[in-house]
Design a protein around this ligand. Structure first.
Ligand SMILES: O=C(O)CCC(=O)C(=O)O
Ligand SMILES: [Fe+2]
Length: 256
């Protein structure tokens, strides 16, 4: 098996119901121990190339040769996500593409990447924790305001909403309100081996700050772009990739 795990029809429909009713779904012990170990070895190798500072790999290119890229290209795995999208959202995704990402938050440069609340460009998000600090505090839990909005018919409305929520001022304000208990998001403590699903396009989310002495690595699989092919979507993807490259460049400068 070159992908991550298999999913039967009954389990998939349970995940769809959980995402809609509870805001997220968990597939416990989804990864076989040797698969998780393979991912960890891969992350270790890549982290060494980045001076153990923050890095993110977006798309097939930088992930080439890894099981993450193989998963995103697997026809069988694509069918799993297609079925889940259909079961949960009631229709097929306009695009078949799976967009894989590897994020590794570590060192002081990782702190800047925390609490960066956003809506994903794609509807379905699958999150695979690879390394999660087992400290009591600052594990980098996933912070989620689930299903805050619907899929927008208009690309423009989507862009305006993203601009409103994803700017530094709003992000800071949200962090502040959460700290004071005025806003109560769901906090997901992730366990490596489990896999998590939520509607990334509909849910405002971020990760909590993570202890700089520890490594927090997650793989993300983004599926089902509601505005597939539109100019705005292409720009958002470009912008995210640009941000990721800039963060890596910054952490390199700081490390040297
Ligand atoms: O690493 C995480 O926990 C979340 C990252 C995320 O939401 C994203 O890359 O879209
Ligand atoms: Fe996201």
């Amino acid at each position: 098996m070159s992908h991550l795990f298999s999913l039967d029809d009954t389990t998939s429909s349970r995940l769809a119901v959980d995402m809609n009713d509870q805001g997220y779904a968990v597939l416990e012990k989804a990864l076989a121990p040797d698969v998780l170990q393979e991912l960890r070895t891969y992350v270790d190798e890549q982290a060494a190339r980045h001076n153990n500072q923050y890095f993110a790999y977006h798309g097939h290119g930088p992930l080439a040769g890894s099981r993450l890229a193989a998963t995103a290209m697997s026809a069988e795995f694509r069918q799993h996500l297609a079925r889940l999208h259909q079961q949960g959202h009631g229709r097929t995704a306009p695009s078949e593409q799976i967009f894989p990402v590897l994020r590794c938050v570590q060192g002081h440069s990782g702190l800047k990447e925390s609490n960066a609340f956003h809506f994903d460009a794609t509807l379905l998000t699958m999150l695979v924790p690879i390394f999660i600090p087992d400290t009591g505090k600052d594990r980098g839990d996933l912070v989620l305001f689930p299903n805050l909005r619907r899929v927008r018919g208009s690309v423009l409305v989507n862009a305006v909403e993203k601009a409103f929520y994803q700017n530094p001022l709003c992000r800071r304000l949200m962090g502040w309100c959460i700290e004071r208990g005025w806003l109560k998001p769901q906090l997901l403590r992730m366990v490596p081996g489990n896999v998590y699903f939520f509607w990334g396009y509909r849910s405002l989310h971020a990760n909590q700050p993570c202890n700089p002495a520890h490594r927090r690595a997650t793989a993300l699989f983004h599926y089902g772009d509601p505005h597939a092919g539109s100019l705005t979507t292409r720009l958002i993807l470009k912008l995210n990739q640009h941000r990721a490259r800039r963060a890596v460049a910054r952490s390199k400068t700081e490390a040297s």
